[in-house]
Design a protein around this ligand. Sequence first.
Ligand SMILES: NC(=O)c1ccc[n+]([C@@H]2O[C@H](COP(=O)([O-])OP(=O)(O)OC[C@H]3O[C@@H](n4cnc5c(N)ncnc54)[C@H](OP(=O)(O)O)[C@@H]3O)[C@@H](O)[C@H]2O)c1
Length: 290
Amino acid sequence: MNSTNGSRRAAVVTGASTGIGKAAAVELAGRGFEVFAGVRRDADAQALREAAAGITPVTLDVTDAASIAAARASVEAALGERGLAGLVNNAGIGVGGPLEFVGIDGLRRQFEVNVIGQIAVTQAFLPAIRRARGRIVNMGSISGRMATPFVGPYSASKHAMEALTDALRIELRPWGIGVSIVEPGAIDTPIWDKARTMTDEIERDLPPEGAALYANAVVAMRGFLEEQAKSGIPPERVAKAVAHALTSRRPKTRYLVGADARMQAVAAAVVPDRLLDRLVVSQLRLPRRP
Ligand SMILES: NC(=O)c1ccc[n+]([C@@H]2O[C@H](COP(=O)([O-])OP(=O)(O)OC[C@H]3O[C@@H](n4cnc5c(N)ncnc54)[C@H](OP(=O)(O)O)[C@@H]3O)[C@@H](O)[C@H]2O)c1
């Protein structure tokens, strides 16, 4: 795949060590992109080099200004006069727990990684994106359309990404820079193992009154996470949506990925709140009102 000046198109993918980011890096490299893949560990950099030709790992922690500046400098040096055809803001973590007791530091961390980090990275790479009239793809989630109880911080961060994507898309229109958001349902990635660990930590850190109030809810959430983990579809499905957003003549503004995401999007749009609440309580097998 060649850009107008005859050199390869380049893309940056954040959070490319595992899961969707890695699949997106491999997919884009397979389509001829020169991919700069954000990682935080040497072992992940090595694994990516071995995963596909055309991937250059770049150390990038999206919450660290110095790390972003260094990544920008190394990508700009490699690009030279070329611009950046794509930025995939994929890095993300999930913080959960009952909002009544969720750790405020964890809540801040959720927004630092999933929201503020995405904009900091976007700001850093926009000059290069503008040179190539490139595109930006944000990794949202169906949780950005419909919040899940006990995953409130994560859902809130993905709602924020919906808003930022909409604003950015219109702001960048004058330069022909496309901005899309991908909204996957459950995807089979290490995020679910991390969610299990997180649930253990939530349970451990709940004060005695929190443990008493939310014991049944935590059990229900564990069951829900297990079901989600089992039903996840391959990350390559999301990678294809990312590639479409970056290469199609007519990229969509939003990409729902997975039957569960499509169903929930319809439900969120048409089902009245109170009925939706009851459906969620029943699906998650949450405790009912006494
Ligand atoms: N899996 C799903 O069901 C699902 C559904 C909807 C949306 N998503 C979204 O898809 C994205 C990727 O998630 P995934 O499912 O592929 O999970 P994953 O395998 O856990 O990948 C998360 C990636 O984010 C990186 N990351 C975390 N904190 C970072 C930081 N401070 N700076 C830079 N990178 C950081 C991780 O790097 P390290 O390995 O260095 O920690 C990892 O590469 C996330 O935005 C997630 O919210 C996932």
